[in-house]
Design a protein around this ligand. Sequence first.
Ligand code: URA
Length: 206
Amino acid sequence: MSVHISQHPLIRHKLGLLRRRDTPPWLFRQLIRELTLLLLYEATADLTLWTERIETPLEVAEVSTLAQRVGLAPILRAGLGMVEAALELFPTADVRHLGIYRDHATLLPVEYYSRLQGIPRADVYLILDPMLATGQSAVAAVDLLTRWGVQHIKFVGLIGAPEGIRRLRESHPAVEIYLAAEDRQLNAAGYILPGLGDAGDRQFRT
Ligand code: URA
Protein backbone atom coordinates (compact mmCIF):
# COMPACT_ATOMS: atom_id res chain seq x y z
CA MET A 1 0.00 0.00 0.00
CA SER A 2 1.63 3.24 -1.04
CA VAL A 3 -1.23 5.57 -0.02
CA HIS A 4 -2.22 5.75 3.63
CA ILE A 5 -5.33 7.77 4.48
CA SER A 6 -5.60 8.01 8.24
CA GLN A 7 -8.79 6.73 9.83
CA HIS A 8 -7.82 8.00 13.28
CA PRO A 9 -10.83 9.70 14.94
CA LEU A 10 -8.67 12.48 16.40
CA ILE A 11 -7.20 13.27 13.00
CA ARG A 12 -10.64 13.33 11.39
CA HIS A 13 -12.03 15.56 14.14
CA LYS A 14 -9.16 18.06 13.93
CA LEU A 15 -9.29 18.10 10.15
CA GLY A 16 -12.96 19.08 10.39
CA LEU A 17 -11.97 22.08 12.53
CA LEU A 18 -9.17 22.98 10.13
CA ARG A 19 -11.52 23.05 7.13
CA ARG A 20 -13.95 25.57 8.65
CA ARG A 21 -13.95 28.96 6.94
CA ASP A 22 -14.12 30.76 10.31
CA THR A 23 -11.11 29.01 11.90
CA PRO A 24 -8.70 31.90 12.66
CA PRO A 25 -5.00 31.72 11.64
CA TRP A 26 -3.72 31.09 15.19
CA LEU A 27 -6.01 28.07 15.58
CA PHE A 28 -5.30 26.96 12.01
CA ARG A 29 -1.56 26.86 12.79
CA GLN A 30 -2.18 25.01 16.06
CA LEU A 31 -4.31 22.40 14.27
CA ILE A 32 -1.66 21.94 11.55
CA ARG A 33 0.86 21.32 14.33
CA GLU A 34 -1.37 18.77 16.10
CA LEU A 35 -2.34 17.01 12.88
CA THR A 36 1.30 16.80 11.80
CA LEU A 37 2.29 15.19 15.10
CA LEU A 38 -0.48 12.62 14.75
CA LEU A 39 0.26 11.92 11.08
CA LEU A 40 3.97 11.53 11.73
CA TYR A 41 3.19 8.95 14.39
CA GLU A 42 1.60 6.88 11.61
CA ALA A 43 4.11 7.78 8.89
CA THR A 44 7.09 6.71 10.98
CA ALA A 45 5.65 3.48 12.36
CA ASP A 46 8.03 1.42 10.20
CA LEU A 47 11.29 3.11 11.20
CA THR A 48 13.87 0.52 12.15
CA LEU A 49 15.46 0.19 15.56
CA TRP A 50 18.59 -1.22 17.05
CA THR A 51 19.00 -2.26 20.63
CA GLU A 52 21.65 -1.10 23.05
CA ARG A 53 22.43 -1.78 26.66
CA ILE A 54 22.26 1.21 28.97
CA GLU A 55 22.28 1.75 32.71
CA THR A 56 19.10 2.89 34.39
CA PRO A 57 19.55 4.18 37.97
CA LEU A 58 18.77 0.60 39.10
CA GLU A 59 20.27 -1.83 36.60
CA VAL A 60 21.36 -2.52 33.06
CA ALA A 61 18.54 -2.58 30.52
CA GLU A 62 18.18 -3.17 26.79
CA VAL A 63 16.62 -0.17 25.08
CA SER A 64 15.62 0.63 21.51
CA THR A 65 17.16 3.45 19.50
CA LEU A 66 16.18 4.67 16.06
CA ALA A 67 18.52 3.13 13.51
CA GLN A 68 17.45 5.44 10.67
CA ARG A 69 18.18 9.14 10.52
CA VAL A 70 15.12 11.15 9.54
CA GLY A 71 15.35 14.22 7.33
CA LEU A 72 12.64 16.78 6.67
CA ALA A 73 11.91 18.49 3.37
CA PRO A 74 9.14 21.07 3.84
CA ILE A 75 7.81 22.67 0.68
CA LEU A 76 7.68 26.46 1.13
CA ARG A 77 5.64 28.05 2.32
CA ALA A 78 2.69 25.96 3.46
CA GLY A 79 5.02 23.23 4.75
CA LEU A 80 6.49 25.59 7.36
CA GLY A 81 3.79 24.87 9.93
CA MET A 82 4.40 21.15 9.51
CA VAL A 83 8.18 21.33 9.88
CA GLU A 84 7.90 23.14 13.23
CA ALA A 85 5.86 20.21 14.56
CA ALA A 86 8.11 17.59 12.97
CA LEU A 87 11.17 19.11 14.65
CA GLU A 88 9.56 18.54 18.03
CA LEU A 89 9.60 14.80 17.29
CA PHE A 90 12.91 14.79 15.41
CA PRO A 91 14.94 17.61 16.96
CA THR A 92 18.19 16.58 15.25
CA ALA A 93 16.65 16.13 11.80
CA ASP A 94 18.41 17.46 8.72
CA VAL A 95 16.02 20.06 7.26
CA ARG A 96 16.07 20.97 3.57
CA HIS A 97 13.53 23.65 2.67
CA LEU A 98 12.32 23.36 -0.90
CA GLY A 99 11.03 26.52 -2.52
CA ILE A 100 8.54 25.41 -5.13
CA TYR A 101 5.52 27.49 -6.08
CA ARG A 102 2.70 26.84 -8.43
CA ASP A 103 2.42 29.26 -11.30
CA HIS A 104 -1.19 30.43 -11.08
CA ALA A 105 -1.61 30.61 -14.86
CA THR A 106 -0.02 27.32 -15.89
CA LEU A 107 -0.37 25.46 -12.56
CA LEU A 108 3.17 24.19 -13.24
CA PRO A 109 5.75 24.03 -10.44
CA VAL A 110 8.51 26.64 -10.39
CA GLU A 111 11.56 25.88 -8.23
CA TYR A 112 13.02 29.02 -6.66
CA TYR A 113 15.00 27.75 -3.65
CA SER A 114 16.85 24.64 -2.49
CA ARG A 115 20.12 24.01 -0.73
CA LEU A 116 20.94 20.39 -1.48
CA GLN A 117 24.70 20.61 -1.28
CA GLY A 118 27.00 17.79 -0.11
CA ILE A 119 25.49 14.39 0.43
CA PRO A 120 22.19 13.57 2.16
CA ARG A 121 22.60 13.32 5.92
CA ALA A 122 19.51 11.25 6.59
CA ASP A 123 18.35 7.79 5.59
CA VAL A 124 14.74 8.73 4.98
CA TYR A 125 13.40 12.17 4.03
CA LEU A 126 9.83 13.22 4.74
CA ILE A 127 8.44 15.74 2.26
CA LEU A 128 6.02 17.97 4.17
CA ASP A 129 3.27 19.85 2.33
CA PRO A 130 -0.29 20.15 3.66
CA MET A 131 -1.94 20.03 0.22
CA LEU A 132 -1.31 17.40 -2.46
CA ALA A 133 -3.28 19.16 -5.20
CA THR A 134 -2.06 18.70 -8.79
CA GLY A 135 0.88 16.71 -7.46
CA GLN A 136 3.33 18.71 -9.58
CA SER A 137 5.16 20.28 -6.63
CA ALA A 138 5.36 16.93 -4.87
CA VAL A 139 6.79 15.26 -7.98
CA ALA A 140 9.27 18.15 -8.38
CA ALA A 141 10.30 17.77 -4.72
CA VAL A 142 10.88 14.03 -5.11
CA ASP A 143 12.85 14.69 -8.31
CA LEU A 144 15.07 17.21 -6.49
CA LEU A 145 15.75 14.89 -3.53
CA THR A 146 16.33 11.89 -5.80
CA ARG A 147 18.83 13.81 -7.97
CA TRP A 148 20.59 14.81 -4.73
CA GLY A 149 20.97 11.12 -3.86
CA VAL A 150 18.13 10.41 -1.43
CA GLN A 151 16.92 6.84 -1.75
CA HIS A 152 14.05 6.63 0.70
CA ILE A 153 11.36 9.33 0.52
CA LYS A 154 7.89 9.61 2.06
CA PHE A 155 5.28 12.29 1.43
CA VAL A 156 3.31 13.55 4.43
CA GLY A 157 0.39 15.91 3.82
CA LEU A 158 -3.04 16.72 5.17
CA ILE A 159 -5.40 16.65 2.20
CA GLY A 160 -4.88 15.04 -1.19
CA ALA A 161 -6.86 15.35 -4.41
CA PRO A 162 -7.28 12.16 -6.46
CA GLU A 163 -5.43 13.87 -9.34
CA GLY A 164 -2.39 14.68 -7.19
CA ILE A 165 -2.27 11.29 -5.53
CA ARG A 166 -2.41 9.60 -8.93
CA ARG A 167 0.32 11.82 -10.39
CA LEU A 168 2.69 11.23 -7.49
CA ARG A 169 2.04 7.48 -7.50
CA GLU A 170 2.58 7.20 -11.25
CA SER A 171 5.77 9.28 -11.24
CA HIS A 172 7.25 7.82 -8.06
CA PRO A 173 5.59 4.52 -7.09
CA ALA A 174 8.13 3.85 -4.33
CA VAL A 175 7.19 7.00 -2.40
CA GLU A 176 4.70 6.22 0.36
CA ILE A 177 1.99 8.85 0.80
CA TYR A 178 0.48 9.67 4.20
CA LEU A 179 -2.61 11.90 4.34
CA ALA A 180 -5.40 12.82 6.72
CA ALA A 181 -7.97 12.77 3.89
CA GLU A 182 -8.51 12.26 0.20
CA ASP A 183 -10.94 14.88 -1.12
CA ARG A 184 -13.24 14.88 -4.13
CA GLN A 185 -11.46 16.81 -6.89
CA LEU A 186 -9.55 19.90 -8.01
CA ASN A 187 -11.31 23.00 -9.30
CA ALA A 188 -10.19 24.86 -12.45
CA ALA A 189 -7.79 26.98 -10.40
CA GLY A 190 -6.11 23.89 -8.94
CA TYR A 191 -7.70 24.15 -5.48
CA ILE A 192 -8.84 21.03 -3.69
CA LEU A 193 -12.60 20.59 -3.17
CA PRO A 194 -13.97 20.68 -0.55
CA GLY A 195 -10.46 21.33 0.82
CA LEU A 196 -9.68 24.17 3.16
CA GLY A 197 -8.63 27.02 0.86
CA ASP A 198 -5.04 28.19 0.56
CA ALA A 199 -3.06 26.50 3.33
CA GLY A 200 -0.27 29.11 3.19
CA ASP A 201 -2.60 32.12 3.25
CA ARG A 202 -4.62 30.66 6.11
CA GLN A 203 -1.54 30.00 8.25
CA PHE A 204 0.08 33.36 7.66
CA ARG A 205 -2.98 35.62 7.27
CA THR A 206 -1.89 36.57 3.76
N1 URA B 1 -2.70 24.55 -2.24
C1 URA B 1 -3.51 25.00 -1.24
O1 URA B 1 -3.06 25.67 -0.33
N2 URA B 1 -4.82 24.67 -1.31
C2 URA B 1 -5.36 23.94 -2.28
O2 URA B 1 -6.56 23.68 -2.27
C3 URA B 1 -4.50 23.48 -3.30
C4 URA B 1 -3.18 23.81 -3.26
